[in-house]
Design a binder for this molecule. Structure first.
Ligand code: LLP
Length: 513
């Protein structure tokens, strides 16, 4: 078929727009005989009926397996060069207590970058010693809390933090392990990396300043210097950027060894994943092997011991394990000259996936509750928000008979979708459901209209209380004020059952229109 000029160069019309492209989907994703996509043995239709749409779905086995396999690959490769690896899961990609426990059970530590993420990790029962605390502007309260609970490491990101962390640790009568984040001057993004001498960015200390700052850390009796840290970017496909950065950091490491021990080196996260059929990230095992070779060679060249290595991947663990389920509300063929793009609007959008709007991120899509023989049509999946940049999938092909009521599934939404979600247009954030072995369960409930009203100090509480019903329906009081149910109120404190009801969030949305 001729290339539709409205499609990006890389996207060609597939022979079959029902196929689940390799590498994009959670490992349990299948099409069953009736044409439905199942994840973890639960069909898209059942998920939508039970929990409503939009819905984040995480394949629990896949997430756990990715975490365990990554750790095993790094353990094996770094054992080969005579050292060990600490793997931290970068919680910013997706964090709930449940997911934190999966990661710990897979042998990972947890990397947090705010007091909120720290609170969730602690609520999950993660041992504080397994937590690394990041941030370029940690508040004094955050530093105080982190030292008080005894987090394993704090990553110092600017000179002023040396005293702040030392003082907080001293106050709690403990010695805090710290790393120093250094700007290695390498910045990588997907296929390319840039190496500049003075990169202009907010993270890390200036490379040349590191020796003096390490001396200042060593001079603090309440701090224990573990080593250097660098993170060169995210969604990186190749190994060259990591190699360049590791090489620079190890040259610094060699200098620092003259002044005392430097037992560890943290190389950060950033391993990329596939979002479309043409994305081709390096497999984790290849990255592990290549990084181990580089570290071994650079240490040998400088005659220094191989340090304990730490890494902090997020996306590569949780990203491919997650999908988002939507329902199609409207379709609209838009003719541009000789060509047509079919706009397919779903019941979510930039509030549940900000990445296309924020970064121009590309995604893929499939009809999730049926297969179709209809000729593939170029589609753009748009959200329901009042903004033309509200796009979920900029370009993919779906069977041309895609229609209102169809369920759509967007793969690879496990990372940086829920964590970046917003309430734009007062759309509640969807629930997160974990699926495994034919069972689905809510791990984070969706937001109700009550949740959205709960923090608005101007909502008349008396009218609100009088007119609520126990069924979760929105009703209008005699004074004409729109109000909501008391079940939602209970739900907002985290009680079970408030989201589990079939489509409750959607029902409420409908009745408020
Ligand atoms: N370590 C540090 C210090 C980081 O800043 C990050 C990500 C990671 C680890 C984990 O990176 P990952 O392995 O997940 O790529 N919101 C953007 C990504 C921002 C990443 C920020 N830092 C996105 O949606 O693409």
């Amino acid at each position: 078929m001729a290339h539709n000029p409205l499609a990006p160069e890389w996207l060609s019309s597939p022979a079959d727009a029902n196929t689940l492209t390799d590498g994009l989907w959670p490992s349990s994703a299948r099409r069953t005989d009736d044409g439905a996509i199942t994840i973890g043995g639960v069909s898209a239709g059942d998920l939508a009926a039970q929990f409503g749409t939009p819905l984040y779905v995480i394949d629990e086995t896949d997430a756990r397996t990715r975490a365990a396999q990554l750790r095993a690959a790094f353990d094996a490769e770094f054992a080969r060069i005579g050292t060990t690896v600490r793997v931290y899961y970068a919680a910013k990609a997706f964090l709930s207590t449940e997911v934190a426990r999966w990661m710990v059970e897979a042998g990972l530590n947890i990397d947090v970058c705010s007091g909120g993420e720290l609170a969730v990790a602690l609520a999950a029962g993660v041992a504080p010693g397994r937590i690394g605390f990041h941030g370029n502007n940690k508040s004094r309260a955050e530093i105080n809390d982190a030292t008080r609970v005894g987090v394993g490491t704090i990553i110092i990101d600017s000179p002023v933090e040396i005293e702040r962390v030392a003082e907080a640790a001293g106050r709690h009568g403990m010695v805090q392990n710290v790393r120093l984040r250094v700007n290695s001057g390498v910045h990588a993004h997907t296929h390319e990396f840039l190496a500049t001498s003075h990169e202009d960015q907010k993270f890390g200390v200036v490379f040349e300043d590191a020796p003096a700052l390490v001396a200042a850390i060593r001079a603090q009796p309440s701090l224990n210097f573990l080593g250097l840290h660098c993170h060169i970017g995210s969604q990186i496909f190749g190994v060259d950027g990591f190699a360049e950065s590791a090489s620079r950091l190890l040259s610094l490491q060699a200098d620092l060894l003259a002044g005392g021990p430097v037992p560890e080196l943290n190389l950060g996260g950033g391993f990329g994943i596939a979002y479309t059929s043409v994305d081709d990230p390096s497999p984790v095992a290849d990255l592990a092997a290549a990084l181990a070779d580089i570290v071994a060679a650079e240490c040998a060249r400088r005659g220094i011991p191989v340090p304990v290595i730490a890494i902090e991947p997020g996306r590569v663990i949780i990203g491919p394990a997650g999908v988002t389920l939507y329902e199609v509300g409207t379709t609209k063929p838009v003719r541009i000259g000789e060509n047509t793009r079919l706009y397919v609007s779903v019941d979510g959008g930039m509030s549940d996936n900000a990445r296309p709007a924020l970064y121009g991120a590309e995604y893929s899509v499939r009809i999730a509750d049926r297969v179709s023989e209809a000729a593939p049509a170029l589609v753009r999946v748009a959200g329901k928000h009042c903004e033309s940049g509200d796009i979920v999938v900029d370009a993919d092909y779906l069977p041309g008979d895609v229609a209102p009521g169809d369920l759509l599934m967007v793969p690879a939404t496990g990372a940086y979708c829920w964590s970046l979600a917003s309430n734009y247009n007062y759309v509640g954030r969807p629930a997160v459901v974990a699926v495994a072995d034919g069972e689905a369960r809510v791990i984070v409930r969706g937001e109700t209209i009550d949740d959205l009203l709960a923090r608005d100090a101007g909502v008349p509480r008396s009218a609100h209380e009088v007119s609520t019903s126990s069924t979760g329906e929105v009703s209008t009081s005699s004074t004409g004020e729109v109000s909501t149910s008391s079940t939602g109120e209970a739900g907002s404190t985290g009680e079970a059952g408030s989201t589990g009801a079939a489509g409750s969030t959607n029902d409420m949305k409908e009745t408020t229109r």
